[in-house]
Write a protein that binds this ligand. Sequence first.
Ligand code: HEM
Length: 263
Amino acid sequence: MIDLPEFAGDALDPARTGGDLCIQACADDGQVAFHAIHNLTRLALGSATLRYLQTGFGRTSSPGSGAGTSRNLLGFRDGTDNLVPTDPDSMRTYVWVDGGDQAWMRGGSYLVARRIRIHLEAWDRSTLGDQERTVGRLKDSGAPIGATNGNQPVDLYSVDSSGAPMIPEDAHIRVAAPSTNHGAAILRRGYSFADGTDPTTGEIDAGLFFICFQKDPALQFVPIQLRLASQDALSSFLMHTGSGIFACPPGTSPGQPWGHGLV
Ligand code: HEM
C-alpha cells in the first residue's frame, strides 16, 4: 500500500492523520455507531489505542442522482455523479481489488479518508452565481450549469453564446471528472462533520469527512487530488486537516474470520 503524497495546500494535523487500523461504524442513530466503536476500543484495551475519533452526519456522496441526492455543508447536492454500488461492472472496474494485488486483498478495497474543513464564512460571502461556477452545478436542482435537472449528464463541451465553456475550466466537477483524469473514478462515501469552533479564529470547524474507495489509490485518488489541489476553484474554500489510507480486506464468509489470509 502506498503512502499518500503531500498535496498543495495540505494543513494536516498529525493528531488526525495516519494510524494503523480504521473502523467505520455507520448507523441511523449516532448512539448506535458510538456504542460499536466504544465496545471495539474496550475489547482492544492493551493492544490498541484510539488515535482519533471523527463523528459525522448526513451521508453525502450517496449514490443516486438528482433530487434524491442529499446536500453537503456547501448547500449543494453531493453524490450525483458517483459510482453506483449496485452496478457490478463499475464496482469490478474501479472499486474491488483484483488479481493484480496481494492475494489477501482480492475482493477488498482501499479507503482514503480526508478531513476537509470548509471555510464557510468565505463561502457564505460569495454570490450564488460564483458558488455555482465554483462547483459547476446549480445549487437548487443540482443540474450541471446549462442543463435543467440533476439527472442530466454533464456536458463538459457545452459553451455559452460567447463561446465560453458553460462549466468553467476550474469548476470542481470538471477538474474531478473521470474524463479529465484519464478515466480515474472513485466511490465517494463522505459525511459532513461539525466539531465546534476553531479557537484561533472563532470560525466554525466544519466540513466534509471525505471517504472514498478504490482499487488502486495511486491511479485513482492521488492523481485526482493532485489536480484538485492545484486547479479546482473549490480548493480556495477548503483546508485538508487530516488524512489516512487503509487497506480493507474483503468481507467474511462462513468459517473464515475477517482478514483471512493476512494473519
Ligand atoms: C469539502 C470537500 C468537497 C466538497 C464540498 C465536494 C463537493 C462536490 C459536489 C457538490 C459535487 C457535485 C455533485 C456530484 O456529482 O456528486 C462533487 C463532485 C465530485 N467530487 Fe467533490 N467535493 C469535495 C472534495 C472532493 C475530493 C477531495 C475529491 C477527490 C479527490 C472529489 C471528487 C469528486 C468527484 C469525482 C465528483 C464527480 C465529478 C463528475 O464526474 O461530475 N471531491 N463534489
